[in-house]
Write a protein that binds this ligand. Structure first.
Ligand code: IPT
Length: 973
């Protein structure tokens, strides 16, 4: 039995013990003026918390996870299931325990002051010793723990701080979030000193009306408060008040004692600049605590945003406006450091989100580093702040387990205590995927009393009934609800709460199909207000292929543009040798692990466009301001007219002065040429000035309207034979594989997890066997009939090859049997000789697009190297498609090559990979690009949907059986 009282408590198997010796949480920011204890610490990894600490130390970097710093305890990914079989509250005997130790020189001038150690975050149980003396215990891997060291250390002397971090515990059962499991001290460690008379907490409420209320709690570490203390406030250099008295009028007498001082500052700011996510106006507030002689004992700085949040009826209002919530779920993630993210990382995340039209973040599924909320205040985001509670695997047992009651209330209340002053936070979330029980109601009750200014949401409660007012969720916040259910609820007359999905549009792999349809419904259906895309990150950890180890902190530069450097790959579940894991389900974000945006981001940017083209009328183009609070003066525009004949005309745009919600017609800036075929008018909208999140000239959106329909494909036959081989396949000098029928695509994650790929394989679509039935001269052309046999049916395919001016015209027809009622694609595939490395096309682009994900890709003339067309989704799959392609050329640097024109806008893809190459690979380092191009021209291509977690694509984006026809011409340049 250990003599150490902290270990003797066995806190890793005691859910009732949430802390010992820990100071109460508060909203006084102590980061500035503190001594940072970040850096290398002495480190050893023990096999369990009871194991003796040895004499041999290595080093570990703080903040950081040891799972990415060279230990044999490697990252493990599980979603719902726990990584160990023990039932709550038990944890496994094999329990990696990191011991961190370092010496700290306590400044001599801290004599007489109150000294506090702050550990930003540690997972999952933290034990603190100083000079061998037990100091405290903390749980909750995503909030700071503070310990008073005043009586433990001596100013001017050196102290040894030891942090013992136990990886598995009762708390792991309520930290069962869908992410990598790690162990370590993941946020910064600080040591700071205050006067014994100090601000114990400051609560700021700043309303849209300009009313400001600042409540201060004051304590004296020596015990009783000294006589005559008072607080003062200064807002942007303006003194607010200097009350020498306790604000007894506002505080009930019995709440003010000799030990706890309470003071309130009240002020009204005239002509206040209010805060919202579009124009996040902040005021600097300094709160000072004075001794009786006027000297300052303590200071607390805050940035204040004046704004209101309320729910009226079924609308969530910010400053009285029913704002759309264009949100994303964001985890703390970094491919080199796992869970530790720097200020620069967080800023880069948020800047990117702003540039892509997001205005809201759910901190899935735990409170983030304090800096994230500072950034959200500053850059402008609506935040749903979520408590660190997810008991997914044992949700039902834990939600009502009284042993976990403390932990639930502790986690939710500490989050609120810390974060309550951020204007960006508009909703508190009680956690994620933890069923619903009395423990939740207890936590909700605490919040309602402490902070009546913000609504609460909790999906686990809301899912019981979206409308029931008794449940601990003020918002109907389902996850992955079918759009038709959301619309039906909004139209039912039963709706009582705003409907904002806490998770929707699962971004795993090539996904986010139907996002535009969702937003069309949200914007047109009162009661629907938006949602949070799942999720921001693909959590691929950078891994060396040769030894399977995470690269760790030194790996900067070993990736570019979403791709890991040779010899490296993005690891997902199972790649560290874990036997229990959930594979690539961890790669489900709208950005790659290096924050390169996926094409879906461009779709989102367009859907969120602040300025839109409403329609085209005789008096001109009707523009609309789709923001809630701002005018258009921060934007500038350029008109672009793209004609099918290759011409592009441009002209600067005069943007009208429109208030939110207003529209106006502006005259067409061009004389549209009478010739030139299909015509598209695009407004390229960019930022007119440097903004905190974008330099001047950053593209914001590219709304478009079609001015003229495409012309019909014309290719007059010429009297010249078309050469086919004995199998009826086209012989062509630039093709290494002649056009054949393709019904298969390398399954996307949605196809795999949604069950489609299983059906396609069962039908044999991946191994269709072509058998030529007939080859005959048919007028001027050759008609080739072939049968493509799968296990569940035969597709009859006919190609008529006709010589035309400069090339060959191919008219195709495929008849799908009834059994093939939802295939991946129907189209032609062929391969080219090497050297044709540039694709130029007229159609949607430049971004990858699909039938149900194309809003971000305007029609125009685009050009990209073939190698840049492919999107490196972590698990190789169908990618690189371009929707709505009318024609394209594939050319060599000397401008030789081939030109294709299609009968109507079609799905085209040009990559270095056959569908079967992609299907066979599990990571990119296994793919060997082909020298030539693999070209698909699809008469029909199935939409992407989001079926890896959530609804499949809509019926209109699926491919029916029956006859499909398409025509195209192939010419030599
Ligand atoms: C939902 C989770 O809340 C989230 O953490 C993530 O796992 C997501 O799904 C899928 O990637 S829970 C799921 C069972 C609906």
């Amino acid at each position: 039995m250990t003599s150490d009282p902290l270990l003797a408590l066995r806190p890793w198997e005691s859910p009732e013990v949430t802390s010992w010796g820990r100071l109460p949480m508060n909203a006084v920011d102590r980061r500035s003026g503190a001594d940072s204890l970040d850096g290398d610490w002495r480190f050893q990894l023990l096999p369990g918390p009871d194991a003796p600490v040895g004499g041999v130390w290595s080093a570990a970097y703080v903040p950081g996870v040891w799972t990415m710093q060279g230990t044999d305890d490697l990252p493990q990914y599980t979603n719902v299931r726990m990584p160990f079989p023990d039932f709550p509250p038990a944890s496994p005997a094999a329990n990696p325990t990191g011991v961190y130790e370092r010496d700290v020189d306590v400044p001599g001038d801290w004599a007489g002051r109150r000294i506090v150690l702050q550990i930003g975050a540690a997972e999952s149980v933290l034990l603190v010793h100083v000079d061998g003396r037990p100091v405290g215990i903390s749980k909750d891997s995503h909030l700071a723990a503070e310990f008073d060291l005043t009586d433990v250390v001596r100013p001017g002397e050196r102290a040894t701080v030891r942090l013992t971090v136990v990886k598995w515990s009762d708390a792991s059962h309520i930290e069962d979030q869908d992410q990598w499991w790690h162990g370590g001290v993941t946020r910064s460690v600080l040591l700071y000193a205050t006067d014994s008379l100090h601000l114990a907490d400051v609560t700021v409420r700043a309303a849209f009306s300009g009313e400001l209320r600042v409540d201060c709690r004051v304590r004296n570490a020596g015990g009783a408060l000294p006589e005559g203390w008072y607080v003062s406030g200064e807002l942007e250099g303006q003194l607010l008040s200097q009350d020498r008295e306790f604000d007894r009028a506002n505080a009930e007498d019995d709440r003010v004692s000799d030990f706890l001082g309470e003071a309130r500052i009240l002020a009204t700011v005239p002509d206040v600049r209010t805060w919202n996510a579009e124009a996040p106006e902040l005021y600097g507030l300094t709160v000072r605590l004075h001794r009786a002689d006027g000297t300052v004992a303590d200071t607390s700085h805050h940035r204040v945003g004046f704004r209101d949040v309320e729910i009226i009826g079924r609308d969530l209002l910010v400053n009285g406006e029913r704002v759309f919530i264009r949100g994303v779920n964001r985890h703390d993630f970094h491919p080199l450091t796992g869970r530790t993210v720097s200020y620069e990382d967080m800023r880069a995340d948020l800047v990117l989100l702003k540039r892509f039209g997001f205005n809201a973040i759910r901190t899935s599924h735990y409170p983030n580093d304090p800096a994230l909320y500072d950034l959200a205040d500053e850059l402008g985001f609506y935040v749903v702040d979520e408590a660190d509670i997810e008991s997914h695997d044992h949700a039902h047992e834990i939600a009502d387990d009284p042993r976990y009651l403390n932990a639930f209330v502790d986690r939710v209340s500490r989050m609120v205590l810390r974060d309550k002053n951020h204007p960006s936070i508009i909703v508190w979330s009680l956690g994620n995927e933890s069923d619903y029980g009395a423990n939740h109601d207890a936590a909700a009750g605490w919040v309602r009393r402490h902070d009546p200014t913000r609504p609460i949401q909790y999906e686990g409660a809301a899912k019981l009934d979206w409308a029931d007012p008794e449940l601990a969720s003020d918002i109907a916040c389902p996850m992955y609800a079918p759009l038709e259910d959301c619309v039906a609820h909004a139209l039912s007359g039963r709706q009582t709460k705003p409907l904002i999905q806490c998770e929707y549009s699962h971004a795993m792999g090539n996904s986010n199909g139907t996002l535009a349809d969702h937003w069309a419904a949200i914007e047109s259906t009162p009661g629907l207000q938006g949602g949070f895309i799942w999720e921001f990150w693909d959590h691929g950890i950078l891994q060396r292929v040769n030894d399977g180890r995470p690269v760790g902190r030194g790996g900067a530069g070993l990736y570019d543009n979403g791709v890991a450097a040779p010899g490296h790959r993005w690891a997902y579940g199972g790649d560290f040798g874990e036997t229990i894991h959930d594979g690539a389900f961890i790669a489900d974000g709208v950005v790659f692990p290096d924050r390169t945006p996926k094409p879906a981001m461009f779709e989102h940017r367009e859907i969120a466009a602040p300025l839109r083209i409403e329609c085209f009328r005789h008096e001109g183009v009707v523009l609309g301001n789709h923001q809630h609070f701002r005018g258009l003066d921060w934007l500038t525009g350029l008109w672009e007219l793209s004609l099918a004949d290759g011409r592009t005309l441009t002209a600067p745009a005069e943007l009208p002065d429109l208030r939110p919600g207003e529209t106006a017609a502006v005259p067409l800036p061009f004389e549209v040429p009478r010739d030139g075929g299909e015509a598209w008018l695009t407004l390229r909208v960019t930022t007119a000035e440097d903004l905190p999140w974008a330099p001047r000239g950053t593209e914001v959106c590219v709304p478009q309207v079609r001015l003229r329909e495409p012309a019909v494909l014309q290719a007059a036959p010429v009297d010249r034979p078309v050469e086919v081989d004995g199998e009826g396949l086209l012989v062509h000098p630039l093709l290494t594989a002649a056009p054949t029928l393709s019904l298969w695509r390398a399954p996307t994650d949605n196809d795999e997890l949604g069950g489609m790929a299983l059906r396609w394989r069962a039908w044999g679509l991946d191994e269709l066997v072509r058998k030529v039935v007939s080859v005959r001269q048919d007028g001027v052309g050759v008609s080739v009939v072939a049968e493509y046999a799968g296990t569940a049916g035969v597709v009859r395919h006919r190609q008529v090859l006709t010589a035309v001016e400069g090339g060959v015209r191919i008219d195709e027809e495929a008849e799908l049997p009834e059994a093939f009622d939802d295939v991946a694609r129907v189209g032609s595939v062929f391969e080219t000789v090497p050297g044709l490395d540039l694709l130029e096309w007229f159609g949607q682009g430049p971004w990858e697009s699909y039938p149900d994900r194309g809003a971000g890709a305007p029609v125009g003339h685009h050009s990209l190297p073939v190698d840049a067309l492919f999107t490196p989704y972590l698990r190789p799959q169908e990618s690189g498609g371009r929707h709505g392609v009318r024609r394209f050329t594939l050319s060599a640097p000397d401008a030789t090559g081939l030109a294709v024109a299609v009968d109507e806008p079609r799905q085209v893809s040009v990559t270095r990979h056959r569908a079967e190459d992609l299907t066979a690979a599990s990571h990119h380092d296994e793919l060997v690009p082909r020298a030539g191009c693999v070209v698909h021209i699809d008469a029909a291509h199935r939409g992407l949907g989001t079926a890896s977690c959530g609804p499949d694509t809509f019926p209109e984006y699926r491919i029916p059986p029956g006859v499909h026809r398409w025509s195209w011409t192939l010419r030599v340049l």
